[in-house]
Design a binder for this molecule. Structure first.
Ligand code: NDP
Length: 285
């Protein structure tokens, strides 16, 4: 597996397995199958409601902890104690307990909402204490990311953002590169929106390589040095999504995919007040 090296020297597998929207009762079997297929990098979140099942699968697999790269995410803190830093540390411990782990590889602020400066200061402490090998953010637009960097000590190692052929984030990636922040794609297949799996441009490139559209999309992201965490509950697709290191897209094929960019989200707008309020009023600890 190819790795990327984060800004603190930690190595992160460029391809992992995401578990968003896998129901809790199906997650253990899905993660066990993914680990059996060869995935060693897992991506979950407190808000997915399936950390416990991810942890059960890790335990059942018997794989050495050091061979795994495990990410989870902190949901927006509401500070019932009145202290966001204390609550962040408690939420981190809750996630570790659910996962049955004693450290994380990567802990992310899930949303750029609420008092995420206090959350970040707590995460800096967790990182310094060795409880999480790296810390990062998710869904941060460049302005929020730069502000967080400029007013804190530790630069986020990762920003996990919506990135796929219809929302390519080239300028955002460039800014992150300048600031030493690794870009990680969520929704690499745009969850199938815009008929991604039958898109004519992607299908033609896939035919040229004798690969699937899913494999072409993952290969395109990996050739851009973007970390990917595709989700599938089907072992056949898990294997397909992992098998993307034996072919290379040409410069011309990379350019053809560039033409699919719409420059906007297919999911939600973090600057829409209704969405900000909807997200901010969801509670997970
Ligand atoms: P994806 O873009 O990975 O798409 C998943 C969908 O594609 C599922 O319907 C899956 O179906 C299907 N699929 C997977 N592989 C194939 C294939 N080879 N051929 C055809 N269809 C396929 O969506 P996600 O939203 O799950 O994104 C990936 C991960 O990113 C998440 O699981 C999560 O870990 C993370 N994420 C983070 C967010 C954030 O805010 N930080 C937001 C959203 C996601 P099936 O399962 O039936 O195979």
């Amino acid at each position: 597996m190819k790795n990327v090296t984060l800004n603190n020297g930690i190595k992160m597998p460029i391809l992992g397995f995401g578990v968003f929207q896998i129901p809790e009762e199906e997650t253990q079997a899905a993660v066990e199958a993914a680990l059996e297929t060869g995935y060693r990098h897992l991506d979950t979140a407190a808000s997915y409601g399936n950390e416990q099942a991810v942890g059960a699968a890790v335990k059942a697999s018997g794989i050495n902890r050091e061979e795994l790269f495990i990410t989870t995410k902190l949901w927006i803190q509401h500070a019932p104690t009145g202290n966001v830093q204390d609550d962040t540390k408690q939420s981190f411990q809750n996630s570790l307990n659910r996962l049955g782990l004693d450290y994380l590889d990567l802990y992310l602020i899930h949303q750029p909402l609420g008092d995420y400066y206090s959350e970040w200061r707590a995460m800096q402490d967790l990182n310094k204490e060795g409880l999480t090998r790296a810390i990062g953010v998710s869904n941060f637009h460049p302005d929020r990311l730069v502000d967080l960097i400029d007013h804190n000590e530790i630069v986020p190692a990762v920003n996990q953002i919506e990135t796929h052929p219809f929302h390519q984030r080239a300028a955002d990636q460039e800014l992150m590169r300048e600031r030493g922040v690794q870009i990680e794609s969520w929704g690499p297949f745009a969850e199938g929106k815009n008929n991604l799996f039958t898109d004519p441009t992607l299908s033609a490139i896939a035919d040229e390589h004798g690969k699937s559209v899913a494999q072409v999309v993952l290969r395109w992201l990996i050739q851009r040095d973007i970390v990917v965490i595709p989700k599938s509950v089907r072992p056949g697709r898990m294997a397909q999504n992992l098998d993307v290191f034996g072919f290379t897209l040409t410069e011309d094929q990379m350019k053809q995919i560039t033409t699919l960019d719409t420059g906007t989200s297919l999911f939600f707008d973090h600057r829409d007040p209704a969405m900000v309020s909807w997200l901010g009023n969801r509670r997970y600890s």
